[in-house]
Design a protein around this ligand. Structure first.
Ligand code: V47
Ligand code: SF4
Length: 366
């Protein structure tokens, strides 16, 4: 396909895309820096269609945030609290049961479970959580915890990462979400999330998690103090792990929301940058099957447009999102299956309801 680029510097990158050649760090730079979003988007759309044709995935999922008490207190987080703060909470198994039973008539096939790093919780809490959920929703997959919790639990148990994962698997863990890496840069780590594991440790753990047989997603938090170079390095580091393990399912760019955080002076990300992050990720991450446009963070309207800029997945119905909404997100708290399908069809794609592993769901499970 011939593309008339407004920015001619994109032409050599396009030759590589057409030849399915791997893009370099310099190419990543060029893509992030250009004003020619349409040109980048057209290349990303080409790759997206070659990998996923006209399919656009979504999942019927439910989020459950079991605690907001967190020792890490990252500067970009509006959700975390200290134990003694107003509004601090930690779900008992009774609370978990209630949250799930409230939605038991809905065909949820994935539970997305994340929480703060609450040092009052022992290993049994995590396994009880998984077992309680599996008992109520035996046919749903549990996508839970991040490398941050895996690091904490392996130290608590004095076990290796693979032994820790084995125990969690036995209790019902099916997959892990992509959070916790933020931006893989020691500069940003020191400034924004120094109490949390750093990028090198995150990469070391995620590789071990994949080798222990658990697939994960990957994310990148953008739109705060990170540089273009740090974004490109982040994508290349993920691509390198994927070459080794093949254990990443999807990549999700996460747009920073500053309200109620200690970085509240920072402006919101722009639509231009949101679409750019999706399109560049699609082009750089040649070994990832899926790029998600997370509608919670970029809004339903832009997520729909993102389907033509490299994204092939809109995440899910979600039901009730807390982390981004505490930081000022104006998107809906949840969407219906019908709303998701309409968004996809209107954008010219074919809606495919999936499970956590991108198997197509042809009937609703309970
Ligand atoms: O790691 C925290 C981010 C992440 C803010 O794998 C913020 O399917 C924006 O990882 N503004 C958790 N982002 C969310 C996450 C995720 C979301 C959806 C799908 C998947 C998946 C994973 O949220 C954290 C952090 O990077 N975050 N605070 C904020 N103020
Ligand atoms: Fe804790 Fe996660 Fe918030 Fe950081 S982003 S303070 S680790 S809940």
């Amino acid at each position: 396909m011939k593309i008339e680029f407004l920015d001619k510097r994109l032409e050599p990158v396009y030759s590589k895309v057409l030849n399915k050649a791997r893009l370099s760090k310099e190419d990543g730079f060029c893509l992030f820096k250009t004003f020619d979003l349409t040109g980048v988007g057209m290349m990303a759309d080409l790759v997206r269609k070659s990998k996923n044709s006209k399919k656009a995935y979504y999942i019927y999922n439910q989020h459950l945030n079991y605690t907001n008490i967190c020792k890490n207190r990252c500067l970009f987080c509006a959700y975390a609290k200290d134990k003694e703060d107003d509004g601090a909470y930690c779900f008992s198994m009774k609370d978990v049961t209630k949250a799930l039973m409230d939605r038991i008539d809905e065909p949820v096939n994935e539970l997305h479970i994340v929480g703060g790093l609450n040092v009052d919780l022992g290993f049994d809490y995590y396994t009880d959580l998984l077992r309680t959920i599996k008992k109520i929703r035996p046919n749903a997959h549990i996508k839970a915890f991040t490398c941050v919790e895996i690091d904490y639990l392996s130290e608590l148990l004095n076990l290796s990462i693979s032994e820790t994962i084995d125990k969690l698997k036995q209790a019902g863990l099916d997959m892990m979400p992509g959070g916790g890496a933020e931006v893989l840069s020691s500069r940003v780590h020191k400034k924004l999330f120094k109490k949390k594991i750093d990028g090198d440790r995150w990469l070391e753990i995620v590789e071990k998690v994949h080798n222990a047989g658990i697939r994960t997603n990957a994310t990148m938090l953008y739109g705060h103090i990170e540089t273009i170079e740090e974004r490109v390095d982040h994508l290349i580091a993920l691509r390198d792990v994927q070459d080794k393990t093949g254990g990443f399912s999807a990549f999700i760019p996460l747009a920073f929301h500053s309200e109620n955080t200690r970085l509240s002076e920072l402006p919101s990300t722009t639509a231009f940058d949101d679409l750019k992050n999706i399109a560049v990720a699609r082009l750089m991450l040649d070994n990832f099957d899926h790029i998600k446009a997370y509608w919670v963070m970029i809004g339903e309207k832009l997520a729909q447009v993102a389907l033509s800029y490299g994204a092939d997945d809109l995440d899910g119905t979600i039901i009730e999102e807390k982390i981004t909404h505490t930081a000022g997100a104006k998107s809906a708290k949840g969407l219906t299956k019908e709303q998701m399908e309409t968004m996809i069809k209107e954008a010219g794609f074919i809606p495919v309801q999936r499970d956590s592993f991108y198997n197509e769901v042809s009937h609703n499970v309970k």
